[in-house]
Design a protein around this ligand. Structure first.
Ligand code: NAD
Ligand code: UDP
Length: 307
């Protein structure tokens, strides 16, 4: 099959490109390299089934493909807040352009939404039936509301224009090839621990996240594309940890001696996050296999090599 991946040079996208090539598909990777990098995909460049197109998803594009995965969008708070208007445009115009192509050529479009659609959730754990608690005018809104609007577009194209959509809500995902400057909690703590720098906990570190290893996520995305289910479906690892617990784990696994410093909690930072993955189990026969210790170990090995 011929498969288009927008955002294919990013963290998740590059792993997805790699897996689909391994499975014998032809992959077109479309990216503007805002947060992604050529380094992430350079090991794939010799593959004759791999093509890279430098383009922004804000502008329409045209490829004769059998499937579209729409991943283009910065995922890390410091990056999506650099140019919030651009983030909204990437989400909304990016979704429209992917959906228009899917409609024109009659292929399915998998859209990567996020646990951020639940905002600072009042329901715990979060299941797909929960409509969320998002501050529509806050600093995270460009991403949260952009992603919510993209979901709206997916379901309108599905109902009104018969496009085969698949919407997944990704929870915090980590692993090799996270960018060093990503600013996310897992990469920050590992880099700080390996460099012997202070571990920066925002707030008191009591907020929780549920961390999914990249290989599990890629498997979930491919299973969703293969299914007849439109979603939305949560993809994430339900094991929940506080940021404080994560810091302790990373210090132990790296044998790190860093001190911990406490900094201001960013605005609208969600207090808790845990996916209810019963729907993914039922519809996709998917659940994560890699536990946090194992996944962190692999990620630490990666950062030891690149730092
Ligand atoms: P990433 O920042 O590593 O990758 C995003 C890719 O999209 C990058 O290669 C970037 O250059 C590209 N991109 C950004 N704006 C673009 C534009 N306007 N036109 C073309 N390309 C553009 O992020 P990631 O972690 O790989 O996330 C991939 C997708 O998954 C994103 O849509 C993100 O919102 C979603 N997601 C990720 C997580 C996570 O924990 N990593 C959680 C929830 C949702
Ligand atoms: N965080 C932290 N220190 C850091 C980076 C992040 O304490 O150096 C916190 C952040 O405030 C949030 C959690 O860790 O509560 C997860 O942050 P991340 O950026 O990974 O993603 P989010 O799930 O918030 O999108």
């Amino acid at each position: 099959m011929k498969i288009l991946i927008t955002g294919g040079a990013g963290f998740i996208g590059s792993h997805l490109c790699e897996k689909l090539l391994e499975q014998g598909h032809t992959v077109v990777c479309l990216d503007n390299f805002f947060t992604g990098s050529k380094d992430n995909i350079k090991h794939l460049s010799a593959d004759e089934n791999f093509k890279v197109v430098e383009q922004d998803v804000e502008s329409p594009y045209d490829f004769a493909v059998d499937q579209i995965y729409n991943l283009a969008c910065p995922a890390a708070p410091i990056w999506y807040q650099k140019d919030p208007v651009k983030t909204v445009r990437t989400n909304v115009l990016g979704a429209i352009n992917a959906l228009e192509l899917a409609k024109r050529i009659g292929c399915p479009m998998l859209h990567t939404s996020t646990s951020e659609v639940y905002g600072d959730p009042a329901v715990h754990p979060q299941s797909e039936s929960y409509w969320g608690n998002v501050n529509p005018i806050g600093v995270r809104a460009c991403y949260d509301e952009g992603k919510r609007c993209a979901e709206t577009l997916c379901f309108d194209y599905y109902r009104e224009r018969q496009v085969g959509i698949k919407v997944v809500r990704i929870f915090n995902t980590y692993g090799p090839r996270m960018a060093i400057a990503d600013g996310r909690v897992v990469s920050n703590f590992i880099i700080q621990a390996l460099r012997g720098e202070a571990i920066t906990i925002y707030g008191r570190g009591e907020q929780t996240r549920s961390f999914c290893y990249i290989a599990d996520m890629v498997e979930g995305l491919i299973k969703m594309m293969a299914s007849s289910f439109s979603g939305p479906v949560n993809l994430g690892n339900p094991a929940e940890f506080s940021v404080q617990e994560l810091a302790a784990k990373i210090l132990k696994l790296t044998d790190g001696r860093s001190q911990i410093i406490y900094q201001d909690l960013p605005a609208d930072d969600p207090k808790q996050r845990q996916p209810d993955i019963n729907l993914a189990k039922e519809k996709l026969n998917w659940e994560p296999k890699v536990n946090l210790d194992e996944g962190l170990q692999k990620t630490i090995e990666y950062f030891k090599r690149v730092l």
